[in-house]
Design a protein around this ligand. Structure first.
Ligand code: ATP
Length: 514
């Protein structure tokens, strides 16, 4: 645990030190759970967004993009259910005065039991060696089976109580399990209450005429209310999708863990409209495709898992999360939801406008069903950044800090370094920068010894360093050093573009999805 915490602290301090993420309004001591992306962070974030957009929009001839306003007519949020149901169950500890999400306290309790299961599994794996069959052990070992049954019983009781809005039972469950405030150890709890997560604001100048608005808590509704506009003007045929990326706002109660849970964040969402009755197939297809997108980045299949939901949101008939192994454990990175026809029907009802599709093959109109893929851009940023940050022991006994970002996402693709600041080497390096900058983000760096400059670029995540030395003057060759292997090659200046392109090209990476 301490190790995990240390690793996470390093992630946060590295993000600041290397110009990735700053606390918002830091000079005023910051604003809780609000962050700014710095000079490298904005590039990484843009690259992740592009990588998603290319995979979802550019590569699908039946998916188009959209960019809707953050402000929406307030009835949108009545129709979507957010005014009535977009809330978290809250509980306060009377002694510490700290506020928690009741469901998270219970889930954390279950996670502790899961740690015990993992310990049993690891012990048995050691004992049995090669003969160990993990699945069989988990399903037959009495202690593990009992732990698992306990987890299942707790989670299904919580799911039922939340669904029935029986908040007294959620509190009873916390008390029965003797869950204590993680900070103070106190078990002196208030009742559980619902707390709406939407931020309100006002549109208009005078108090009497101003209209109460919400900052959108998800981008999806902008897609639903435009369903007919896009379908008709784009002459879209079902099945088809509409994708958008943009800011969303939630007044999160427990907003810790850096950019994992923010109050202002960015989503990348795609709503896929299908014929009623085919949603289950499309749900499976999108689960599979979205996982492939993640795996194409090469961050290790073992770091992802699906978590199918027991408790479904009011609009869904199936839902699953793609969880990623963050420094603080497996947590939701993306949601894939089968949203039925809930949203379009609700908007039809509240607006009095038809949101239907005329199916020429069937010769009838219907409200399409929807399968949604929804990923937090900031959370994806944290997944990529935290996974990439490694401390490496080198053969000579020293360590190096290296940010092994997938090259396609790296903010700067190459740093051009003159070995010394004289003899015409800086001029050649500048010329290389001038030439490559048409295709890639590149940087020039002449300060400090070249070894230090390599380390600085390693820590900033730059996949290539290109060094201009005295031999360059004679033969127009330079040294290109690869960040991850530290291997160095002598290559012609004219070949640099192709060498870099091969490693950073979106196409090369996305092809891995096929
Ligand atoms: P959680 O259970 O973590 O609160 P959620 O299930 O409410 O998330 P969704 O409404 O499904 O999340 O939103 C889709 C995606 O948006 C999530 O998978 C996550 O990546 C991202 N996301 C949601 N809330 C936040 C937040 N407060 N900060 C950053 N990203 C978020």
């Amino acid at each position: 645990m301490a190790n995990q915490e240390d690793k996470f602290k390093k992630v946060i301090s590295h993000a600041k030190e290397y110009g990735y993420v700053f606390q918002s309004s830091e000079i005023y001591d910051g604003l809780s759970a609000v962050y700014d992306y710095a000079q490298n962070g904005v590039e990484l974030k843009n690259n992740i967004r592009d990588y998603w957009w290319k995979a979802m929009v550019q590569m699908h001839d039946n998916i188009v993009g959209l960019d809707t306003a953050i402000f929406m007519h307030p009835t949108t949020w009545k129709a979507s259910g957010h005014v009535d149901a977009f809330s978290d169950p809250l509980i306060d500890n009377k002694d510490s005065k700290k506020r928690y999400r009741a469901d998270v306290l219970i889930e954390d309790y279950c996670a502790k039991i899961e740690t015990k299961i993992n310990k049993e599994v690891n012990k048995a794996a050691k004992r049995f060696g090669d003969a160990f069959n993990k699945d069989e052990f988990i399903s037959t070992n009495p202690r593990v089976v009992a732990y698992q049954e306990k987890i299942n019983a707790i989670l299904s009781r919580m799911a039922k109580s939340l669904e029935d809005e029986d908040l007294a039972d959620v509190k009873a469950l916390i008390e029965e399990l003797e869950i204590a405030d993680p900070l103070s150890g106190s078990k002196n709890w208030t009742d559980v209450k619902q707390f709406n997560l939407m931020f309100g604001t006002k549109l208009g100048a005078s108090a009497e005429t101003a209209m109460d608005l919400y900052l959108r808590p998800e981008t999806a509704q902008g897609i639903f209310v435009n369903f007919s506009n896009v379908q008709k003007t784009g002459r879209m045929k079902i099945p088809f999708g509409i994708a958008q990326t943009g800011k969303a706002f939630r007044n999160e109660i427990v907003a810790r863990q850096f950019i994992f849970r923010m109050r202002e964040f960015e989503q990348m969402e795609m709503q896929f409209f299908v014929k009623p009755g085919t949603q289950a197939e499309w749900y499976e297809k999108w689960k599979e495709d979205r996982l492939k997108w993640h795996l194409s980045l090469g961050m290790g299949a073992e770091n992802y898992r699906f978590h199918d939901h027991e408790k479904l949101a009011h609009y869904a008939d199936a839902a699953s999360d793609i969880e990623f192994k963050f420094p603080f454990g497996f947590k939701e990175l993306e949601g894939i939801h089968s949203r039925t026809d809930f949203d379009l029907k609700a908007h039809e009802e509240f607006s009095g406008k038809k949101l239907q599709y005329f199916d020429h093959e069937e010769n009838k109109s219907y409200v399409p069903y929807v399968v949604e893929t929804s990923i937090g851009l900031d959370r994806m940023f944290l997944a990529v950044f935290s996974h990439s940050l490694v401390e490496e022991e080198l053969e000579n006994g020293t360590t190096r800090t290296v940010l092994k970002l997938p090259a396609v996402l790296a903010p700067t693709k190459a740093a051009i370094l003159p070995l010394v600041k004289k003899d015409g080497l800086p001029e050649i390096a500048h010329n290389i920068v001038e030439d490559l900058k048409w295709d890639f983000n590149v940087a020039y760096d002449e300060k400090d010894a070249v070894g230090r400059r390599y380390r600085r670029q390693d820590a900033a995540g730059t996949p290539f360093c290109i060094t201009v030395d005295h031999d360059t003057l004679d033969d127009n060759t330079v040294t290109i050093r690869h960040r991850d292997t530290m291997e160095q090659q002598r290559v012609k200046i004219e070949d640099l573009r192709d060498i870099i392109k091969q490693e950073v090209d979106v196409k090369t990476w996305l092809m891995r999805m096929l």
